[in-house]
Design a protein around this ligand. Structure first.
Ligand code: ADP
Ligand code: MG
Length: 584
């Protein structure tokens, strides 16, 4: 075949392939246009999963009658004019390709009216062929109707799934839009039936929208994040590790209000959770990155799902640090943090706060809610509570239950601690801190400990000799199967050292078993903490138990063990009263 220029319709259809994958893509493009036009109410109607109809109606600025044909022309946009604008995009759209692309693969109709026009106007386009502009009736704002998607492109039509599947994609998309813009109301109907109704968050700002998308329990099981550095700000909510999910289905990232699935950002989150999340589990989060538009290129991906940061290393580091900090604060002395199983006590407190959040009417800023939530919830003051009890949220140990749990009493009720899980976390955090400081606390053994190992185990051990030394061991190979230890970590009882070391060698040999922690560098310390922690059936004295409680209170991330399980829970007097149907 000779080289030739493709006809315009074909060019549009090819371009459509990049942005219009399925009905949900239509909803996305039309709703983003509405947001760019300054809409405050957006109504979306779909039929048959959106294949038969997608209609998006907004109350934004509208399109002048004379400009209607232009809106459907290729590479025609009102959002940028030149190269300089491209370097600092503040709108969701800017390429001027969505409407012509959609029009080329459907039957499209636009009705629109700008505020000061005498009446509205409409234009139709059938498979890309434009009709004439005619007067019509419409309040100020725009309605775009897209019927019979892919009617003229049978090859594409085949890739559209069932109505139900397509509808699911549409709902997810609208949920993302709702999280992106708390100040805009969204309504979605399917075949006339209401599916989603998210009024704009007004004066009595609440968490309804967050609950609508992530579930009722999410706000109480999340920490608020708000951290700014120069022109960059990270805010939102990070789910507690104890409420992790089997699927990565509740992970939302917004960069300057645009929903993205950006690898760099997702990786920074994964890294921040690596110390607190069980391998294979997924965090739930809603995070907003706001930065000077000059610092981010949103034109780096055909569907704009990925962005390119001018200084990606710095952004990665910033997000990782901010989140890691927020998560590290999940220790027992923070009243605002809910622990698995304690939701009944914490939920009402958070909900009550939420309904008092000082959101200004029409606030465009979803972060106002975050700021208000960030102040810790004060535990209700009990008359006569001593100040020392206040400093000791985990209370005083009373007994050891079945060799596994510590039963303690604080001023609010009962506290139960999983002693192995808690001790493991305490040790792990201590080991990490010591490694960072370069001075592991280690003890000299009166007699060196000699251990028999298999030759391959010993050589594997010596290969990572540095890690052992950083943790406080001093090793010497006596032969190819005999190892001597002159120093071991201070936390280790000499009598137990040999058993711990043998188990540790075994664990490290079976790397698969030590993957609780995702960061390779911390696997060693994690395995060491797990093996060194008090194991079930070891009798503890009351002072020993109290000492563990105090260490937990002073330890970052102490609310969950290295595997992401909770380390403690509580039962308030109120809950105890309820158990016994005792009114107060
Ligand atoms: P882009 O959004 O990249 O500019 P589109 O093809 O999506 O390209 O839209 C083309 C133009 O049509 C927009 O730049 C805008 O001026 C106008 N437009 C589209 N939808 C709307 C709307 N809902 N309200 C007001 N103007 C709109
Ligand atoms: Mg657009």
């Amino acid at each position: 075949m000779p080289i030739r220029i493709l006809p315009d319709e074909l060019v549009d259809q090819i371009a459509a392939g990049e942005v219009i994958e399925r009905p949900a893509s239509i909803v996305k493009e039309l709703a983003e246009n509405a947001l760019d036009a300054g809409a405050t109410h957006i109504e979306i109607d779909v039929e048959r999963g959106g294949i038969q109809l997608v209609r998006v109606r907004d109350d934004g600025g509208g399109i002048a009658a004379a400009e209607l044909p232009m809106a459907l022309a290729r590479h025609a946009t009102s959002k940028i004019a030149g190269l300089d604008d491209l370097a600092s995009i503040t709108t969701l759209g800017f390429r001027g390709e969505a409407l012509p692309a959609i029009a080329s693969v459907s039957r499209l109709r636009i009705v629109s009216r700008v505020a000061d026009a005498a009446h509205a106007a409409e234009i139709n386009a059938d498979g890309g062929a434009l009709g004439t502009v005619r007067p019509a009736a419409h309040p100020s704002g725009t309605t775009v109707e897209v019927r019979d998607l892919f009617f003229n492109v049978p090859a594409r039509r085949k890739f559209v799934r069932s109505d139900a599947t397509e509808l699911t994609h549409v709902v997810r998309l609208v949920e993302r839009l709702a999280l992106a813009r708390f100040d805009v109301s969204f309504r979605l109907r399917h075949g006339g039936r209401g599916l989603l109704d998210a009024p704009a968050t007004g004066a009595a700002g609440d968490l309804a929208r967050l609950e609508m998308v992530l579930g009722q329990e999410f706000p109480a099981a999340a920490v608020a994040v708000r951290h700014g550095a120069g022109p960059v700000m990270l805010s939102g909510w990070a789910g507690l590790p104890t409420r992790s999910r089997a699927q990565p289905d509740q992970q939302f990232w917004f960069v300057n209000g645009r929903s993205v699935r950006d690898r760099l950002l997702m990786n920074a989150v994964r890294l921040a959770y690596r110390d607190v999340l069980y391998h294979g589990r997924h965090a739930a989060y809603v995070l907003y990155l706001t930065l000077d538009p000059k610092l981010v290129d949103v034109n780096a991906h055909p569907a704009k799902l990925e962005v390119r940061f001018r200084d990606s290393r710095q952004i990665h580091e910033f997000v990782f640090r901010a989140l890691e900090r927020a998560l590290a604060e999940s220790r027992p002395n923070l009243g605002a943090v809910a622990v698995a199983g304690s939701a009944p006590t914490d939920l009402p407190a958070l909900a009550a706060r939420a309904s008092r959040l000082p959101l200004e009417p029409g606030a465009r800023d979803p972060w106002a809610i975050v700021a208000a939530l960030k102040q810790p919830v004060e535990p209700p003051a009990l008359p006569g509570a001593s100040s020392s009890a206040e400093e000791q949220p985990l209370g005083t140990a009373l007994a050891q239950l079945h060799g596994a749990y510590i039963l303690a009493q604080n001023r609010d009720g009962l506290v139960l601690v999983d002693m192995h899980a808690a001790h493991e976390r305490v040790l792990y955090e201590r080991f990490k801190a010591q490694r960072e400081s370069g001075t592991p606390a280690s003890q000299h053994l009166l007699e060196p400990l000699v251990i028999e190992l298999k030759a391959h185990e010993l050589s594997a051990l010596l290969e990572r000799g540095e890690e052992w030394e950083q943790a406080g061991f001093e090793l010497e190979a006596l032969s190819s199967t005999r190892l001597a230890m002159r120093r071991v970590p201070a936390s280790m009882r000499p009598a137990e050292a040999s058993g711990i070391v043998t188990a540790l060698v075994h664990d490290l040999g079976l790397e698969a078993n030590t993957h609780h922690l995702d960061g390779a560098a911390d696997r060693f310390l994690g395995a060491l903490a797990c093996r060194s922690a008090i194991h079930a059936h070891r009798r503890l004295t009351l002072p020993e138990m109290d000492s563990l409680l105090r260490q937990m209170e002073a330890t970052e991330r102490a609310n969950q063990c290295n595997h992401g399980r909770p380390t403690w829970t509580r039962l308030s007097l109120q809950q105890l009263d309820q158990l016994f149907l005792r009114g107060r």
